[in-house]
Design a protein around this ligand. Structure first.
Ligand code: FEO
Length: 398
């Protein structure tokens, strides 16, 4: 689907719709495809493009832009974010008009030099910098890590529009363009936040603070419907979803176990006793009982993560790997770790999981413990000491 559409005075949508997309970036399943939103903004003196589209849609994008204005008339293109779903048509655009100035952040410029082979005139913007297009102003708001180091928002104050690139988006494609023209997509909006934005909650809070005082009539994210029904609702939702996790003030350990025959869980009880003896608040849970979102929440709240795992076929079993895979999707409060577990034939999982934690910048409070089958009283004493070592590591942090 192609073709432009005026979204407010002086601004046209020139993006592309991709309704048949099943998995975005080969990572995130999309039930309703996605859109690559891009815009053309006209002032009296200058014409600007805001973002481009994914490479397979480049010709369609250029055709849409051309239907509004000759490419030779484009003065600048704002690259709010360099990821190829938004910069994929930039090279073709610049080949048609090498005079176009590319407005981006410093990290954005660095990334574009790796992505674009065409000659490119760049203008690196400062936070709050403005360019007057002639009666319409583009103001740049740096928003690093929403969700790449290069990201920024562009504000068009005269029309009360914010172009925040990926932020406030949703992978959702419908016949309509605006949120009041499409069915409810709130679950896609939330899923997008939790899978793409969530690892950067502290950066989200900083970016939200920069825009929540703006007077906005329209928020134009680069994926999904344009938000005009209550534009600040998305900003408030990000404020809410990016809130810092609750804290009781006490040090907190998340103690996860997978225990097919109960032996690793027996070890966990002794580990827990050691932690509690050192004043650590402990949440002990079976991995298989936790949904992804709960696990992410608890990883964010925990000062320490302890993993009790068996070894099956010389490896940690899939549920343990699944839990470990979520660690990089959040920002843990603390990164003290420890690993333990019972095994039958061999005990490789302990070292394997330790390596995974070390790779994610955790510090191991003590060497991992692995015992064959049912732990003895002596083994349980070692487990208790492991818990105490974690407690001591947390005390040493203060
Ligand atoms: Fe939609 Fe981060 O690209």
């Amino acid at each position: 689907m192609s073709g432009s559409r005026e979204v407010c005075a002086g601004v046209h949508w020139v993006g592309a719709k991709h309704p048949e997309l099943k998995v975005f970036d080969e990572l995130f399943p999309t039930r309703h495809g996605t859109t690559y939103n891009a815009f053309l903004v006209r002032g009296r003196q200058k014409v600007a493009l805001i973002d481009t589209v994914k490479a397979p849609f480049a010709d369609r994008y250029l055709e849409t832009v051309r239907s509004l204005v000759p490419l030779e008339m484009i003065d600048l293109v704002v690259v709010n974010h360099t990821e190829p779903d938004h910069s994929g048509a930039l090279e073709k655009l610049l080949l048609h008009n090498p005079e176009i100035e590319v407005y981006c952040t410093r990290p954005g410029e660095n990334f574009l030099k790796q992505l674009i082979e065409a000659p490119m005139r760049t203008h690196v913007v400062a936070d709050g910098e403005e360019i007057d297009l002639g009666g319409r102003t583009l103001r740049f708001v740096l928003a690093p890590y929403l969700h790449w180091p290069d990201t920024m928002f562009t504000h068009l104050p005269e029309e009360k529009v914010l172009f925040p690139c990926d932020a406030f988006g949703a992978h959702y494609c419908a016949d309509g363009l605006f949120d009041d023209e499409v069915p409810d997509f709130s679950s896609e909006f939330a899923h997008y936040f939790y899978t793409i934005m969530r690892p950067f909650k502290d950066k989200i809070r900083e970016a939200v603070a920069k825009v929540e005082g703006l007077d906005l009539s329209l928020v134009c994210p680069s994926h999904g419907p344009l938000l005009r029904r209550d534009p600040m609702d998305a900003v408030r939702a990000y404020r809410r979803m990016a809130a810092a996790p609750p804290s009781t003030g006490a040090k907190r350990a998340l103690l996860l176990t997978l225990s097919p025959h109960g032996n690793t869980r027996t070890m966990a009880k002794a580990v827990r006793a050691g932690l509690e003896a050192r004043g650590v608040e402990v949440l002990e849970r079976a991995i298989i009982d936790m949904k992804d979102e709960e696990l992410r929440d608890e990883i964010e709240r925990a000062d320490a993560l302890l993993v009790g795992t068996p070894t099956i076929n010389r490896d940690a079993p899939p549920p343990v790997w699944k839990a470990l895979s979520l660690l990089s999707s959040v920002t843990p409060k603390g990164r003290v770790g420890a690993v333990f577990g019972s095994f039958g034939w061999s005990g490789e999982a302990i070292k394997i999981v330790e390596e995974r934690l070390l790779g994610l910048k955790y510090t191991l409070a003590a060497p991992g413990l692995s015992f064959r089958f049912r732990p003895t009283e002596e083994d349980l004493q070692a487990c208790r000491q492991l818990g105490e070592a974690v407690g001591q590591a947390l005390s040493d942090e203060v």
